[in-house]
Structure formats: C-alpha cells, structure tokens
Design a protein around this ligand. Structure first.
Ligand code: ADP
Length: 162
C-alpha cells in the first residue's frame, strides 16, 4: 500500500490545494492531508477550523484522510509508513524553499521521497493569503475555494471576531 502525505498550513484550503490532493489521490492508495501546527506561524483559522474545512472539502475522496501534527514531518511520515511527501509547485518563487525542504527531509528520512505536482494553470496565482485578502475586503472568492466551504469562509470574514 503506497501512502502519501500532503503537508501544509491549509489556512484555508483553496482550489489549488484541492487540485493537488485530488491528483495525488489518483496516484496513491492512501493520501493523508497533514495540517501543520506551527505555533510560530499566525494563522487566520484555528487548527480545529482548518481541519473541519479541509475534511469537508475532501469528503468526496474516499482514500483521503485529514490529520494534524506538531513536530517533524519526516517523523510523522515514518510513523504512518508513508513513503512520499507531495507538494504543489506554482511559480519559480516556490522553488527555492521547496528544494531546501525536500533536501532537508531527505537527509532526515532517506526512505521518503518528495514529489512535486505542477499547479494547474488556473491556480497558478492562487494562495491562501490571496483568498484571505479578498475575503477580508468582502470580495468574491467564488472559484478560489471549494464551493462547499465558501459560505463558512465568507462568514468568518464577515464576523472576524468569531
Ligand atoms: P505551507 O505553509 O507548508 O507552504 P500551504 O498551505 O501554503 O502550506 O501549501 C501547502 C502545499 O500546497 C504546498 O506544497 C503548496 O505549494 C501547495 N499549494 C498551495 N497553493 C497552491 C496552488 N495554487 N497550486 C498548487 N499548489 C499549491
């Protein structure tokens, strides 16, 4: 059984993330979407919110599960007997950071491979930050986030104190 992990902040999950997860789910027996608990990184959505939104967005994919982890990614990968870390690549600007992370992870866990999936052209400029900026000003985020969670994301920005 080939298990892949798709790690990230998912703050919140976008159509760019969902595209990568969907394509990974066709390549592997099981895909774990791993939400990082990075206390140093200030997120707009709490971990529980990010988990709930992500779980709803991938509910139609039977071989995909959502989990969270506070620690070294490679340790999680080892513990779950996963062999592949899947990351999405947008522009050249992603490349240097991703290359560094992939090499660091390879050093820490030589049995795990990092695999990059190229973004779909329509998601090239899409990021969680862009979604938060647009939603924060009450703009239209249709098509940028999965339709099933769009109302929750909009409501969150309409009532930021919640
Ligand atoms: P991180 O903070 O770890 O980069 P993100 O939630 O921003 O977490 O991203 C998680 C993964 O999803 C990364 O591999 C990132 O490159 C990928 N990703 C994010 N947005 C897109 C997109 N629009 N198209 C393709 N991949 C994307």
């Amino acid at each position: 059984m080939k298990i892949a992990v798709c790690p990230g902040s998912f703050d919140p999950i976008t159509m760019g993330h969902l595209d990568i997860i969907t394509r990974a789910s066709a390549l592997f027996d099981r895909v774990i979407v791993l939400i990082s608990i990075n206390v140093a990184k200030k997120t707009a959505f709490t971990l529980a919110e990010r988990e709930a939104l992500t779980a709803k967005a991938v509910a139609h994919l039977p071989n995909v599960e959502v989990d969270s982890f506070d620690g070294l990614l490679v340790e999680y990968v080892r513990a779950r007997q996963a062999t592949v870390i899947v990351r999405g690549l947008r522009a050249m600007s992603d490349f240097e950071y991703e290359f560094q992370m992939a090499l660091a992870n390879k050093r820490l866990n030589p049995e795990a491979e990092t695999m990059f999936l190229t973004t779909a052209a329509e998601n090239m400029y899409l990021s969680s930050s862009l979604v938060k900026q647009i939603a924060g000003f009450g703009g239209n985020i249709t098509g940028l986030v999965p339709a099933c969670i769009q109302p929750e994301i909009e409501a969150r920005f309409a009532n930021p104190s919640r």
